[in-house]
Every structure is written in structure tokens, then in C-alpha cells.
Design a binder for this molecule. Sequence first.
Ligand code: MLT
Length: 412
Amino acid sequence: MVQVNDNFLKLKAGYLFPEIARRVNAFCEANPDAASRVIKLGIGDVTEPLPPAIVEAIHKATDELAERGSFRGYGPEQGYDFLRNAICDNDYKARGCDVSADEIFVSDGSKCDSGNILDIFGSNNTVAITDPVYPVYVDTNVMTGRTGEADDDGRYAGLVYIPVTAENDFSPALPEGKVDLIYLCYPNNPTGTVASKETLKQWVDYAKANDSIILYDAAYEAFITDPEIPHSIYEIEGARDVAIEFRSFSKNAGFTGTRCAFTVVPKSLKGTTPGGETVDIHPLWNRRHCTKFNGVSYPIQRGAAAAYSEAGKQQIGELVSFYMENARLLREGLTKVGIQVYGGVNAPYVWLKTPGGATSWDFFDTLLEKGNLVGTPGSGFGAAGEGYFRLSAFNSRANVEEAVERFTQSLG
Ligand code: MLT
């Protein structure tokens, strides 16, 4: 028989969100009367329709494909220039970041890219992650054989875990020794906390001193409300020599279903061969991208570009404010019933301490049974997330208001 990649057998249980869905389905089957009352604040999936400027651009581009004269087949794997230029001007040049359009690779998701990026790095690099963390970073390292087995707490041998908890004010300490690859995510999923310029500078300085590369996931940057908080790691001097950045249209522009994202790989970023010869990273990612990916569809790239039109910016701003108002309602509602909450000010996630010292999964069950509410257990994001719980602000206003009401009834 054909041998499987047995690294997959090291993975703990299912991927977090399908596992939650499985438990919710089981609850609904066992409690059919409660099924229609269930409100899901678990996965961070958008609920509001695409902004009109984006829909219009997608329609128009689709019509172009219906005509022989304007039909297009394969596009450039890296993305059309109209989108790469719009990203470069609006997300980087406007913020004073030294990024050029040909360093931007348009893709179908920052989840995919944050996993795929491992293709271009040697498997004996030391990898550091914060804990709790977006599970994709860990699982893709496991799948590609970069770890040993997991211990009872779910921590894999070989990974360097950096705890981020209330005790250290959700500010991960710099690693004590040298690590090669460092995953950072700000605004943070799952804790909803942010990193200041000073904090990011410390990481950039660490990476420079240790020849490390930071894999910076900024998928939630649009939700930053504090003008002092950096939106891109390239706002930090020297970062283009040590960081790759992942960005997405999923959460700000509502593209979780339509799919469009991008990754920035600066041309000044270097790595090394096993023999110690210096190698440019950009051509490696370009090679990987062109070999394994055929580009995002033309109408969707036109839709993404419309996010940068005047109308698109305004409509996205309204969408972001809508979700952030949900976050405020959740934070305030929980605080009123005596629950300690974090995040939710510059990020669409509210991170809370489970009341009475309950484990994350026990609290999940209590909320589901008493309030028919679904959230994400903090322990699903890592051992240091035990005793915490995440609520997503991506929902309709009516559902959020109803959820706050039920929190009051169930926990007040
Ligand atoms: C989450 O809930 O953490 C996100 O939806 C995950 C993702 O964007 O892949």
C-alpha cells in the first residue's frame, strides 16, 4: 500500500472550527427545539453583504468576460497590475512603507499563504509561535514535518511557544535564544490585542540580530481604530529586510467566500543555503507561486481593486465600523455581567476570561446549553489559551444584541 504523510497523524483532533461545528450539530440534533435559537459567534466569518462598489466592479468584469474582445484567460499568477498597484499605493505608499508593486503577490487567502510559505524554507529552521495562536501556523508546521509529537497539552516538540496571557499583558517576550522563523499576528487572532510601534521594533531588531524572518499576519489591520498602532510591519524601519506580510480582503471587504488576499515578499529579504550561501527569498516565492497557483479570477481581482475606489473605501469603512460596534456591544455586555474582557477595540475579536475558573470547553458547553450561544474555546488556540474564550464580532446587529441579552440571562 502507498505510504501516507504520517506527519498528519500527529495532528490533534480536527481543525478547530470544523470541530466546533461538529459539536454544535450534535447539540442541535439532540435538542431540536433549541436548534433555531443557536447564535454563532465562533468562526470569524463575515455576515454582511459585499459593498455595492465591489459588487458593481465584479459584475462589470464578468460582463467583459462574456465578450470575445474583452475576454481573458489565464492572468498573471502574481495578480493583475491594476490590483498590485492599488494595493501598493493605498496600503503601503500612503503609510510611508517602502514596498513596490512587484513585491506583492495576489492570492486566494492569507490562511493558504501562511501555510504555503513553508514550501520555501528549510525544514530544520527553529519556528516560534505565540500561544494562543491561529491554529493554521502550528498545523502546517506539523504537516510539513517540522515538529515532533504533541504532549498532553497539545504542544508539539520542536516548536518554540511564547505565551501571551493577561499575566504578560498579551505582549509576547522575545525568545531567549535564536529562532529562525517567527509568526506574529496583529491585530491578534485570537486575543484581539495589538502591538505598538515600539513592540514591533523590538521584534524587527531581534530578527535583524538573529538573521530571523518574521511571518507577519496583518489580516485584521483594517479594524485598527487607534491612530498610533501600525497597520503594517513595514511601518517599522528595516522591516523589509526581515519580514513577509500577509494581508486579506476577507474580513474588511467581506471576501471570505469570494477569496482574495495578498502576500508581500520584499526583494531585500535574504535566506541561506545549507552551505551558507546567501539567497534571495523573493524569486523562491515567485517560483512557488507560479508553479502551484494560477491566480485569482479576473472579476474578483476587479472587485478587490474597487475596495480602493473612493466609494469602496467609504463603504468598507462603514462595514468595519459596523462590526466594531458589535465588538463594543459584546465587550460592554460581558463587562456588565462581571466578565473580564480583552481585545475588541482594534480587532473584531473579544477575548474573555472564563468565569469561575471554568475550562474553555466547559464554558463552551455551558454557553451552548444555557444560552444557545457558540464561541471558540481559548484552549483550541493553544495551551496558554486555556481558561479563555473568543467571541467574534462578525454577525448581524440583531444577533449580537440578542447574544448580549442571553449572556445577561445565562451568566448574570
Ligand atoms: C477565525 O475565526 O479565526 C478565522 O475565521 C479563521 C480564518 O480566517 O481562517
